[in-house]
Design a protein around this ligand. Structure first.
Ligand SMILES: *Cc1c(COP(=O)(O)O)cnc(C)c1O
Length: 382
């Protein structure tokens, strides 16, 4: 690390070798034991279920995390949601990236078409014909190739074509377009991921697999080979894998987990955070104890997203996080156990948008800082 430009307490929260009490708050810490366990577990599940794993990088936005996912969890490439995010990963050396989203606009498409020049295999989703032509023009301009997947709306009501006929029409155009390589389809159902009850989630998935089956049937009838069927998230991946239709999973949050995912059931009825452990924490310190029953900490809205609820206090009996403003968090401390300066670990409500607010992950093994990982694609929203 270029140590001259990095000063603890100014632009970095910690240095390798420091102990917990020296880490500057608020900051994001990773429990490396839990993190590595999650990667290993998902890697084993994917292998057992016979599908590839392409974890979603939009969650962590870190090339170091992506490298660990490949190394420890057997991941084959990553997903990104934005072209600039993909570019940040490719510049950091990640060699296989799927933009699991549409790239629109001349500038973005032009940048996307140049990414293979940096040595990466790059693919993108499309859901209409003009986009196929735009991508083909850009790749021809740069003499590159992009993989293309047709996105199916399998019920989430986001991007994606509605009918098998549309999917075939676009796939045909991709097959015929210079500079493009038809790879298959994406069918990701975002809105079933957080349904708390496992059975309800399973029922909701039935519509998804019917939709995917009908698209695969239509492609096969049109004699268009479909190599990849990609989708699935932390809440649904068993269903995609067990359908026999999907070849690749895109789970993201499993690596870190958050309070919202922690609360959903797994197949055995237990909370999901018993299967995938909380590895991401917002480390905060008590900065004021203005009156009995109350403590104020230094983690407010600017260091976390509360769209999926407030954070949960980890490992601190009786204390709860009750409210936040820009820079302050209000802790209920009914037994007055907290002291000024005490550090508390919070489990963020929603990991993805929380990570995007920070520059660094502080990797801890036990009480010691083992690594400091930049959040490579932080703020890369174009
Ligand atoms: C967010 C996202 C995922 C990963 O979802 P998690 O719930 O974080 O596991 C996968 N695929 C797509 C297209 C996504 O947008």
């Amino acid at each position: 690390m270029e140590s001259l430009s990095h000063v603890v307490g100014y632009d970095i929260p910690a240095q390798v070798g420091m102990s917990f009490s020296e880490v500057q708050t608020p900051c994001l810490i990773l429990d490396l034991e839990a993190f590595e366990g999650n990667l290993r577990h998902m890697g084993q599940l994917a292998a057992k279920l016979g599908v590839r794993l392409r974890p979603h990088g939009k969650m962590h936005k870190s090339a170091d995390v992506a490298r660990q996912q490949a190394l420890i969890g057997g991941a084959q490439g990553i997903c990104c949601q934005k072209v600039s995010e993909a570019e940040a990963f490719v510049r950091a050396g990640i060699a296989d990236v799927l933009v699991s989203n549409q790239a629109r606009g001349t500038v973005k498409i032009d940048r996307l078409a140049q990414l293979p020049l940096m040595g990466a295999k790059v693919a993108v989703c499309v859901d209409d014909l003009p986009n196929v032509a735009e991508l083909s023009t850009a790749t021809q301009n740069h003499a590159t190739k992009l993989g293309v997947l047709v996105e199916i709306d399998c019920g989430a009501g986001r991007c994606g074509v509605a009918t098998p006929q549309q999917a075939v029409e676009i796939a045909r155009a991709v097959v015929a377009a210079p500079g493009l390589r038809f790879e298959g389809i994406q069918a990701y159902h975002g809105s079933i991921q957080h349904v708390a009850d496992f059975k309800e989630r399973e029922t909701a998935f039935r519509g998804v697999d019917e939709k995917v089956r009908s698209v695969l049937g239509a492609l096969s009838e049109a004699q268009i080979p479909c190599g990849t069927v990609t989708g699935g998230g932390t809440g649904s991946f068993q269903f995609e894998a067990q359908s026999g239709l999907y070849t690749e999973l895109q789970c993201g949050s499993y690596a870190f987990m958050d309070a919202d995912y922690g609360r959903i059931d797994s197949a055995n009825g237990a909370r999901l955070d018993e299967t995938f452990k909380n590895a991401l924490f917002l480390l905060t310190s008590v900065m004021s104890k203005p009156k009995s029953g109350l403590a104020i900490c230094d983690a407010g809205l600017k260091v976390q997203s509360v769209d999926s609820g407030l954070p949960e206090v980890f490992d601190c009996e009786g204390v709860s996080y009750a409210a936040c403003s820009d820079e302050h968090g209000t802790l209920k401390d009914p037994n007055d156990t907290l002291l000024i300066g005490d550090q508390i670990r919070l489990v963020p409500g929603h990991c993805d948008p929380t990570c995007n607010l920070h520059d660094w992950y502080v990797g801890m093994r036990g009480d010691v800082v083992e690594c400091l990982w930049p959040i490579t694609a932080r703020g890369k929203a174009f």
